[in-house]
Unconditional design. Sequence first.
Length: 58
Amino acid sequence: MKRFAEIQLEDWLKSKDRRPLIIRGARQVGKSTLVRKFAKSKGLDLLEVNLEKNQLQY
């Protein structure tokens, strides 16, 4: 059974005027796993950029 997010990714991929994809959401809900599995299943190259701010601890 496909998740709703997978269907949205397929629609995004099929779109002729698609733009870069940004996926945001709470931590540890499966965002990275979803995209990695989707890219692998479609034979796509994947570039991940993590924009989380990390605070330096001294």
